[in-house]
Design a protein around this ligand. Structure first.
Ligand SMILES: [Zn+2]
Length: 429
């Protein structure tokens, strides 16, 4: 432990992290007792202060006292993304005036933009859980430097100055590269910094890590080997994992979460499923559908939230790593492609999620790149007709990528995969 960096963490995060570093080795019985206690407290709060859940309990003829075990929670209906879109106001603690609060938002894994609120306690628990997952579970501490391949549209094209790099390295212990607008010059510049600082941990979107691995391999570029690579935000396909491990010479740790409820589960050094962050999330499988109750966000409780992702099983057997928390097995879903435009420019699949941030009339979208025609088709389901959104998309593609063959179609019919999953960004020949 390097004390100077621990001092940089806020005291509440440091305390929660210390708690999580102990609780991760609790037995299954203790885990379930803890979750039940937290769940009961949350349900009481939802019944007293959150109109949406009060109505839901009444409609089902239930009161919180009817939920006596963790399994009883399944008596309540799930919270769908559509419920979230329609009932934002009713889902918030009625004692709180949200007009002055920052709203968080996402396109989510099904391409359906959502708004939601999160309180301070939720944020602290989320921060602590991320430090445990992304530093300690891969054999490090919060003082380790982490290289991050991420994306945010507001920073596209800003470049990478030494000042920005140093600030990130010293303050956040992270070396950031925006992969939305990745081009070769920027990548080469980043790799220079990467080799200079030699971060022990590399984390990023699965597709960005895979792209980087393929790039390094095909250009025969050597980089300093990290201790661990962490894949987050997208599904890590076996072919991607294999290529990333080969190029970076270390194991890949898969990590699963979403913006609505943050970190959900992470791989341990055994790589035998993803351990659920049980202190923050109570996770159920409804068939193969992942259903989550977040235990910390009292401002806007997510109770039995259907995230939109699938897993084949929840393994309750003890893990060889010494942890007893349940493990998600064979996570599927969240399937975005990166779109490769003529000339080699790559648009990260998450780009469109950010593009539709704060555009409330977009109910659903799907983006299909047709390689043979060189055309990008953006399908939109809007709550009210608005031709300006089509212009905004075409202009953004032209300005940011010099790409002019973008078609916009207004529809409520979207293509699904054979397993019924809606992929919202993909390419076809
Ligand atoms: Zn384990």
């Amino acid at each position: 432990m390097i004390p100077w960096f621990r001092r940089r963490m806020s005291k509440p995060v440091a305390e929660k992290l210390d708690f999580l570093l102990k609780s991760q080795y609790w037995g299954l019985e203790q885990i379930r007792e803890y979750q039940l206690e937290r769940l009961k407290k949350l349900l009481d709060h939802a019944w007293c202060n959150v109109p949406y859940y009060r109505d839901l309990f009444r409609k089902e003829g239930l009161v919180p006292a009817d939920i006596r075990t963790l399994e009883d929670l399944a008596k309540l209906p799930v919270l769908s993304k559509r419920n979230l879109q329609k009932s934002l106001k009713e889902l918030v603690d009625e004692r709180v005036d949200v007009s002055g609060l920052a709203v968080n938002s996402t396109g989510g894994s099904t391409g359906m933009p959502l708004n939601f609120y999160q309180d301070d306690e939720y944020v602290l628990w989320s921060d602590a859980a991320r430090l445990r997952a992304w530093r300690y579970m891969v054999g490090g501490t919060e003082a380790d430097l982490e290289a991050v391949l991420w994306g945010a549209i507001r920073d596209v094209g800003k470049g990478l100055t030494l000042k920005q790099v140093l600030r990130g390295v010293l303050r956040e212990r992270s070396l950031m590269l925006n992969t939305f607008d990745l081009d070769e010059a920027m990548l080469k510049q980043y790799l220079g910094y990467y080799n200079l600082f030699a971060p022990p941990i590399l984390r990023g979107y699965a597709s960005s890590l895979y792209y980087l691995a393929r790039y390094l391999e095909s250009h025969r570029i050597e980089v300093k080997k990290p201790r661990a690579v962490i894949s987050s935000t997208e599904v890590l396909h076996p072919r991607m994992r294999e290529a990333i491990e080969r190029v970076f010479g270390c194991r890949v740790f898969d990590s699963y979460g979403c913006r609505e409820i943050s970190q959900i589960a992470t791989e341990c050094p055994e790589h035998a499923g993803l351990h659920v962050v049980f202190e923050n999330q109570y996770l159920e499988l409804d068939g193969n559908e992942i259903v989550i109750t977040n235990l910390n966000n009292y401002l806007m409780p997510f109770i039995r939230y259907k995230v939109g992702d699938l897993a084949s099983a929840l393994d309750l057997s003890p893990c060889a790593c010494g942890r007893f928390s349940p493990r998600l097995v064979s996570l599927v879903g969240r399937d975005n492609d990166n779109v490769e435009l003529p000339g080699g420019k790559v648009i990260n699949g998450e780009f469109f999620e950010f593009l539709f941030f704060g555009v409330p009339s977009v109910i659903q979208y799907q983006v299909v790149y047709r390689r043979s025609e060189g055309q990008l088709l953006v399908k939109l389901h809007l709550s009210e007709p608005d031709a300006s959104i089509g212009d905004m998309i075409r202009n953004t593609m032209a300005d940011k990528y010099g790409f002019t063959n973008t078609a916009v179609e207004y529809t409520d019919s979207f293509d699904k995969t054979p397993t019924g999953k809606l992929r919202f960004v993909y390419s076809v020949d």
